[in-house]
Design a protein around this ligand. Structure first.
Ligand code: HEC
Ligand code: HEC
Ligand code: HEC
Ligand code: HEC
Length: 421
């Protein structure tokens, strides 16, 4: 998490004011919870800020309890299989994502590991802006210049969530951890934001469909960085970049695989296209030329990953796709989404069954999550649609995905057709 904060700090411009004595240090959640600050038991109407953020987080948000799961039986099994030298609740490997685990020298107040993922894990170390940000006339930009993470920027917010929900060079859930018992990570920015109990005023234009579209782009970019790093380092091949069920499936249920056939030799494990599967339609909307180019690069990348011994090829394909994304992300983030755009897009996904016949279950999950995000923007405007056939069809897609082991692409592709709004 420190690595994420450092990267964001580099992007921010020089502070307009004299820097504080100790910028960028963690002060701890205890210093946010005065009842006149963020520790009110009820939402207040004094400003745009609700001021009861602490209790929303403490009582209802999984992040405040994320370190407790490290004491459960699953974690004990993971720790044993990983041959950790300590128990999971003391291992940095786990605490880096399940708590605010920062070195002593980065702390100027008091951090308690028991506080789990506290405010500063997401909002950035507060020593440079804690006192100042409540003063009249102080701006969000001034706080950002002093170390607050700019969560109003959708790309920054997406990357922050993904630092734990996808992983980075500093911390990740790789095949070793998954094989040891850790759940597979799946993430979509809009759904996951909606599933956090909101401690912000909802329905901002930076949430909803825009968060979904930009979130898809950020996830693809960050996954390419991970892939490229794996291929450059000593962790190659890294199986978590690949489609799990290429290697893990029962031979009893092989018929659809035999019907579908293989692009290359049978048994070459393919790169998982999950972060490109829906994004390719979004890129098609902002830049049809780039879509064609990226489709080709992605195909190359997949075949090089499958060979398992072409590291340089993987690095160069991943890096050039990544470069294309740098240009596309701001354009995707600027897209505006009218109600008819949203409907057209849901139709495009629903009509894309042929693609999902060849993609994996993780890609199908992204299709379902995407339809859910788009449909939510319609149901927010017209709650009657919650009882309509489209909402039922999307629920049915999630039922189809509940057991990843039994996933059948033909059934999924067929049901996808009913999700047209
Ligand atoms: C890269 C970040 C990351 C690392 C490293 C990590 N986790 Fe997790 N872990 C997560 C996330 C994110 C979730 C929640 C996934 C979801 O629900 O989508 C999770 C979920 C879990 C769960 C399931 C929780 C539940 O409520 O069912 C357990 C158990 C767990 N982690 C244990 C561990 C242990 C033990 C370690 C260290 C050996 C570890 N994790 C390392 C990010 C991480
Ligand atoms: C898991 C990440 C996470 C944690 C932990 C977290 N927040 Fe937030 N917070 C967010 C996100 C995301 C937003 C919405 C940002 C936006 O849309 O501009 C937000 C918004 C806010 C806002 C509204 C800001 C505004 O500009 O209107 C306040 C105030 C806030 N958080 C305070 C807190 C406090 C206090 C804590 C700890 C008790 C906390 N947050 C913990 C992610 C988090
Ligand atoms: C410091 C790492 C970290 C960051 C940053 C983070 N999360 Fe999480 N998140 C976790 C872990 C770990 C869990 C699992 C907690 C548990 O199971 O108790 C989790 C759980 C969740 C859950 C509950 C998932 C479920 O299965 O019910 C949601 C929703 C979520 N996070 C959304 C977000 C969003 C949105 C952001 C960005 C604004 C974010 N998270 C940022 C680590 C993080
Ligand atoms: C290239 C092939 C390959 C890929 C891709 C792959 N694995 Fe594995 N995985 C293996 C092998 C081989 C083992 C060791 C199996 C054993 O010892 O029985 C293993 C072990 C495991 C185990 C523990 C043993 C078991 O069967 O329960 C789990 C869980 C697991 N993998 C999950 C995953 C997930 C989830 C993914 C995708 C993110 C994945 N694997 C991708 C080859 C692969």
């Amino acid at each position: 998490m420190l690595a994420f904060t450092a990267a964001v700090a580099q992007q921010t411009s020089a502070p307009a004011d004299a820097p504080p004595a100790q910028p960028g240090k963690y002060v701890g959640v205890a210093s946010c919870i005065n009842s006149g600050c963020h520790g009110s038991t009820q939402p207040l109407n004094a400003s745009r800020v609700l001021q009861n953020e602490y209790y929303t987080w403490k009582d209802r948000d999984r992040h405040s309890k994320a370190q407790f799961v490290l004491s459960n039986a699953t974690s004990a099994r993971i720790a044993k299989n990983m041959r950790l030298k300590t128990s999971a609740e003391k291992a940095s490997l786990c605490l880096d994502c399940h708590a605010t685990n920062v070195p002593e020298r980065a702390v100027s107040g008091h951090i308690d590991i028991e506080d789990g993922i506290q405010c500063e894990s997401c909002h950035g170390p507060a020593s440079g802006w804690r006192d100042e940000h409540a003063q009249a006339g102080w701006t969000h930009e001034q706080s950002v210049a002093r170390g607050m993470i700019d969560l109003r920027s959708v790309p920054t917010r997406g990357s922050l969530c993904l630092s734990c929900h996808l992983g980075t060079g500093a911390k990740e859930v790789d095949h070793e951890l998954i094989a040891s018992g850790h759940p597979i990570l799946a993430f979509e920015l809009d759904n996951y934001t909606a599933n956090m109990p909101p401690h912000w005023t909802p329905n901002r234009d930076t949430h909803g469909v825009r968060a979904w579209a930009t979130g898809q782009a950020i996830a693809f970019r960050d996954s390419l960085d991970n892939l490229s790093r794996h291929a450059r380092g000593d962790k190659w091949p890294e199986f978590s970049d690949m489609s799990c069920y290429n290697c893990h499936h029962s031979l009893r249920t092989s018929q659809w695989r035999q019907d579908r056939g293989w692009a290359g030799r049978a048994g070459l494990p393919s790169w998982s296209p999950q972060h490109w599967a829906v994004l390719r339609l979004i890129v098609g909307r902002v830049a049809p030329q780039s879509r064609a180019q990226l489709d080709e690069q992605v195909q190359q990348l997949a075949s090089r990953v499958a060979r398992m011994n072409d590291r340089d090829g993987v690095v160069s394909a991943a890096d050039s796709a990544r470069k294309a994304m740098d240009d596309l992300i701001p354009r995707i983030d600027r897209l505006s989404w009218s109600e008819s755009d949203v409907r057209a897009f849901m139709n495009a996904i629903a009509d894309d069954g042929d693609y999902f016949l060849r993609a994996d279950v993780h890609s199908a999950e992204q299709a379902a999550l995407s339809l859910q995000a788009l449909n939510s923007s319609l149901t927010r405007r017209n709650p009657k649609l919650l009882r309509g056939p489209t909402t039922r069809a999307i629920d049915d897609l999630f039922t189809e995905l509940k057991q990843r082991d039994d996933y059948d692409p033909q059934r999924f592709a067929m049901k996808l057709k009913s999700a047209r709004p």
